[in-house]
Design a protein around this ligand. Structure first.
Ligand SMILES: NC(=O)c1ccc[n+]([C@@H]2O[C@H](COP(=O)([O-])OP(=O)(O)OC[C@H]3O[C@@H](n4cnc5c(N)ncnc54)[C@H](O)[C@@H]3O)[C@@H](O)[C@H]2O)c1
Ligand SMILES: [Zn+2]
Length: 396
């Protein structure tokens, strides 16, 4: 037998731009992002828009048309933007992805053209899958319009839709051509949608950056009051930490079993499905973070005071730390949410690997979970979840 080991090195550079007034004709962010690394030409572009964005920005299609007219020498809007309802519903079947693919086909989008997707994390996940499948992958420019998408999902390298009741079962790893974060989209978001992003920021701070966690902890009352400059700064730091992780972890396509950025996510994904997605991803993540912080404290990974600070910070920001679905049992008495542990393992493949903060700002990966102890933590969290029982912050 002879084995020829072939190495293929693929390098991806993509700009993540933080801007405002993206479609104001004098803003060159979009034009420059498309021109980067390409020969001068009129770039063919198809635009996909999350209908939810139009509730706050009804003039967006008009602004997009005006932008493309001003930059007609460099940009070619091949058709009117395709608008589809966003939110988790867009990930629940393949039909919206199919409609996007049809639009890409009708617009004669090729591998040198661009798909520009504007929307929340769910919309971008579906659009990313359509762009990755069409011609085996056309260039995707993401314009995330929610806090969570700007600080987490929209800056990463993954896309997916749900299938057979399982979150993100069908998807690909596909880095974007560019990400354009326009802070204007955040300004009109209701507090719960802003908090979805803050939950991911607390997650990444808890396992990677203790100073960032302390900054969020101090800012919590202002976050709850919807102080936008404060929230914007936190979301930007969160986006940069996610990017740094993807670039430096040595495992951008998650070939190994560890997935540190999914701290709190085994329970979150299960709770999202159990609530039929009435619980948003970010709010479910907050609960997952709180639960795993308690567990980490119980097994001695995290000082109890730090676990309490984590949970208290989530609450102080206005995020939930408990949901009644956590207590849902089968006839046998077993907690349904605990199925999320095995589902998480199956999604990653290989050995179960769950990340815990240990201590705040650092992390460890565990390969077994003591489920009776986790059930006990759920009971404790239920008590902590009662507003009167959340004790004031005590520092270690
Ligand atoms: N690909 C990844 O790496 C990754 C990472 C984390 C989360 N996700 C996914 O992201 C999704 C959650 O994304 P999300 O938190 O952005 O929520 P979302 O995409 O479900 O959007 C929530 C709602 O806000 C609307 N909306 C979007 N932008 C708006 C705006 N500017 N103003 C008003 N309404 C607006 C949407 O239409 C939707 O109704 C989940 O499906 C989750 O699995 C993916
Ligand atoms: Zn997440």
């Amino acid at each position: 037998m002879t084995v020829h080991l072939q190495r293929i090195v693929v390098r991806h550079d993509f700009p993540v731009v933080f801007t405002r007034h993206l479609f104001l004709p004098r803003n060159r962010a979009l034009r420059d992002a498309l021109a980067r690394g390409t020969s001068p030409r009129r770039h063919r572009c198809l635009v996909l828009v999350d209908k939810g964005v139009l509730r706050n920005f009804p003039d967006l299609p008009k602004q997009i048309r005006a932008y493309f007219q001003t930059h007609a020498n460099a940009l070619n809007l091949v058709r009117a933007p395709l608008t589809l309802a966003g939110g988790e519903g867009i990930k629940q079947s393949a039909a919206p992805v199919h409609r996007m693919v049809e639009a890409l086909r009708a617009g004669n989008i090729c591998r040198h053209s661009f798909c520009i997707a504007i929307g929340g994390g769910a919309f971008l996940d579906a659009a990313g899958l359509a762009a990755a499948l069409f011609h085996r992958g056309v260039r995707l420019v993401r314009v995330p319009t929610t806090a969570l998408a700007q600080c987490d999902s929209g800056v990463g390298v993954k896309n997916a839709i749900n299938y057979a009741g399982a979150k993100n079962l069908l998807g690909t790893f596909a880095p974007p051509w560019a990400v354009l974060n326009d802070a204007d989209f955040l300004d009109s978001l209701p507090l719960p949608l802003l908090l979805d992003g803050v939950a991911e920021a607390i997650k990444v701070a808890a396992i990677k950056d203790a100073a960032f966690f302390r900054a969020i902890e101090r800012a919590a009352p202002r976050i709850r009051q919807r102080n936008l400059p404060v929230i914007r700064r936190i979301l930007k730091r969160c986006a940069l930490l996610h990017l740094e992780h993807i670039a430096s972890s040595g495992d951008p396509y998650e070939m190994g079993t560890a997935r540190p950025l999914d701290y709190g996510h085994w329970a979150a994904h299960k709770l999202e499905s159990m609530s039929r997605h009435r619980l948003s991803h970010g709010h479910a993540v907050a609960i997952g973070i709180a639960l795993d912080a308690l567990y980490a404290a119980r097994i001695g990974l995290l000082p109890r005071t730090q676990a309490r600070r984590l949970v208290t910070t989530l609450s102080a920001c206005g995020l939930p730390i408990y949901n009644p679905a956590l207590g849902q049992t089968r006839r046998s008495g077993s907690l349904v949410v605990l199925d999320g542990i095995e589902e998480f393992r199956a999604h990653l493949g290989g050995e179960l690997t769950i990340t815990f903060p240990a201590p705040l700002g650092a992390r460890v990966e565990l390969h077994t979970i003591d489920t009776p102890l986790m059930a006990d933590c759920i009971a404790t969290l239920s008590d902590w979840g009662q507003p009167l029982n959340v004790k004031s912050r005590d520092h270690d």
